[in-house]
Design a protein around this ligand. Structure first.
Ligand SMILES: NC(=O)c1ccc[n+]([C@@H]2O[C@H](COP(=O)([O-])OP(=O)(O)OC[C@H]3O[C@@H](n4cnc5c(N)ncnc54)[C@H](O)[C@@H]3O)[C@@H](O)[C@H]2O)c1
Length: 311
């Protein structure tokens, strides 16, 4: 006690006053919806009974996500502006034992997004997981400038539409106290240059949207993440091959790889505490920099024979 008072006197002499305590600002208490705890163990079906909405789900990566999520027990609601793709996915999902509904809805249209939300509400469906997948690339020919209407369409499909749809779906999630999840399908071209300024800029915009929305909706328990794929091959052994500079050599990247990452990021078991992340699924392709250009591609970065993961 005595030592303390002597020390305090010395401090006052040196500092010219009584040491002031730092002000403790109490952290604001946030009102949160009742927590849905992630299970301690997981069943084989990570999304059992969850309602998923996937834009552009009829083909490519969207289809890969739909099939993987359905395999994990999710009901699949999806949009696509292409009727044949819609029907083909509905046919594929027919035996999956989950609810599947396809909507003819253009994500770039605000009226279409409003109508889609209205139809889901009318059917009594609350979405647990939104996957903003639909995206386009309308690269002008080399040397030509991009036409203004092409730029408008690109940003409407890739950025503005997804933000508009997300706002509508998240509003419903919040109103219903659903601790849901939103995913954006970005691209490695959010950071890697490849010669299409408009497309890359649209994907870079999504990377920041993920971070902003994750912060904004965390108080409601809604997680927001993204996936940044590398060059994804077409389904069913189509033309695209493994990019020769892929550090993680072996098999080419297929929609199923993106679908599995989407399942993981949407599941409470694996990702209950993950928000604001943009997960690269690219075999390490985006790791390249001017330093790696001075080295030859890894010797193993060649396609190998053997079965590829299913789509
Ligand atoms: N394929 C790749 O290598 C790759 C790599 C990185 C990122 N991505 C991104 O992944 C997403 C899917 O790409 P993909 O290669 O599977 O495309 P895709 O063209 O193979 O499939 C897209 C699907 O979305 C539908 N669609 C297009 N515009 C739409 C709209 N306005 N509203 C609703 N549906 C619409 C199409 O009809 C099609 O069925 C895109 O956002 C794309 O930018 C793709």
């Amino acid at each position: 006690m005595k030592i303390r008072s002597v020390l305090s006197r010395i401090f006052r002499l040196v500092a010219g006053g009584t040491p002031s305590r730092p002000a403790v600002v109490p952290a604001p208490r946030l009102e949160r919806p009742a927590a849905r705890r992630a299970p301690e163990t997981h069943s084989a079906r990570l999304l059992d009974g969850r309602n998923v909405l996937i834009t552009g789900g009829g083909s490519g990566i969207g289809r890969g996500i739909a099939l993987e999520m359905a395999a994990h027990g999710a009901n699949i609601y999806f949009t696509d502006i292409d009727g044949r793709s819609r029907q083909s996915l509905l046919d594929e999902l027919a035996g999956a034992g989950v609810q599947a509904t396809g909507f003819d809805s253009d994500v770039a249209s605000s009226q279409a997004n409003e109508e889609l939300s209205r139809q889901l509400l009318a059917q009594g469906v609350t979405i647990d997981v939104l996957v903003n997948n639909a995206g386009i690339r309308n690269t002008p020919p080399p040397g030509a400038g991009a036409a203004r209407e092409d730029l408008d369409r690109l940003f409407a499909v890739n950025v503005i539409g997804p933000l508009d749809l997300t706002a509508r779906i998240v509003e419903r999630m919040s109103a219903q106290g659903v601790r849901g999840s939103v995913l954006f399908i970005g691209s490695m071209h959010q950071q890697a240059v490849f010669g299409d300024a408009a497309y890359s800029a649209s994907k870079a915009a999504l990377a920041m949207a993920v971070r902003e929305l994750a912060w904004q909706h965390a108080a409601a328990g809604i997680r927001v993440n993204g996936i940044a794929p590398g060059a994804v091959g077409q389904e069913d052994g189509g033309a695209a091959s493994l990019h020769p500079y892929t550090p993680l050599g072996g098999h080419k990247l297929v929609p199923a790889h993106i679908g599995r990452a989407a399942v993981m990021l949407s599941s409470d078991y694996f990702a209950e505490r993950i928000t604001g992340c943009m997960l690269p699924v690219d075999g390490g392709l985006a790791l390249h920099s001017y330093m790696t250009m001075m080295k030859p591609p890894p010797a193993h970065a060649q396609p190998v024979a053997g079965p590829e993961p299913g789509n």
